[in-house]
Design a binder for this molecule. Structure first.
Ligand SMILES: [Mg+2]
Length: 242
């Protein structure tokens, strides 16, 4: 019987808390910068976001790219007046982001274990390689995943390449994650299956249009406890060749 042959999990804000730390760093960045510029009149948040997105092609995703972009934005917004001491505080924000303990989200360990007992599972995450490797090592779930893929972008081309490596047609692949843009839509586009499990905070860059209402290979769950049942439903549908 041809059914789901592999289940992929996103990591940040699917397995463990991540965006909260970035949001807190952003708030602290703004507090530091407020001593040098009128944040509202300078549109500081927008400027930082523009610098971050402009740098993704150079730095990739993750905390190191974020802190370099913060330094760049702080220098630009303050017309290079910001003190070395405050630049040092911004640098420290990045180091804190890279060293916070891994905190698994409620119920996810049991959910991954249950799903891994039924299907091969893989971890597919983007972001800073060194940071992601450290979080995978510390999360306590690494042994459950047959493969751990740390990629620079999660778009259709990346998933197509991974599926070729897995030797799996898209119709037999299910991806689970908190980002419609990175975890769900590209996999649906290839003909695979997606389960969205939203997190309360989403980086603006990851915000995406909703999935079309008639997408038959898409499911939404609100809690990790609902994941094993949703995966079983998808596997049953896939087995029927839906
Ligand atoms: Mg995520």
């Amino acid at each position: 019987m041809e059914t789901i042959g592999m289940v992929g999990f996103d990591a940040d804000d699917t397995l463990w808390r991540s965006q909260d730390y970035f949001d807190a760093a952003q708030e602290e960045f703004e507090r530091i910068l407020a001593a040098w510029v009128d944040l509202d009149s300078h549109g500081a948040r927008d400027r930082l976001y523009q610098v971050e997105v402009g740098n993704i092609g150079l730095f990739g995703y993750g905390a190191k790219g974020m802190v370099l972009s913060m330094l760049e934005a702080a220098i630009a917004l303050s017309d290079a007046r910001i003190s070395a001491g405050d630049l040092q505080r911004i640098l420290a924000l990045g180091k804190e982001l890279l060293t916070h303990p891994v905190e698994l989200l409620p119920g996810i360990a049991d959910a991954v274990e249950a799903i891994a007992s039924e299907h091969p599972v893989v971890l597919i995450t983007k972001g800073d390689l060194f940071h992601q490797e450290a979080k995978v090592r510390d999360c306590g779930l690494a042994d459950l995943f047959g493969r751990i893929e740390i990629v620079s972008e999660k778009d259709p081309a990346t998933y197509r390449r991974l599926l070729a490596e897995f030797g799996l047609p898209a119709e037999r692949f299910l991806m689970i994650g908190n980002s419609l843009r990175s975890d769900v839509l590209p996999v649906l586009e290839l003909g695979g299956w997606g389960i969205h499990i939203p997190y309360h905070s989403t980086w603006i860059h990851e915000r995406a249009d909703a999935v079309p209402a008639d997408a038959p290979r898409f499911r939404h769950v609100d809690t990790a406890a609902a994941l094993p049942g949703a995966v079983a439903d998808v596997a049953a549908l896939a087995a029927r060749g839906s």
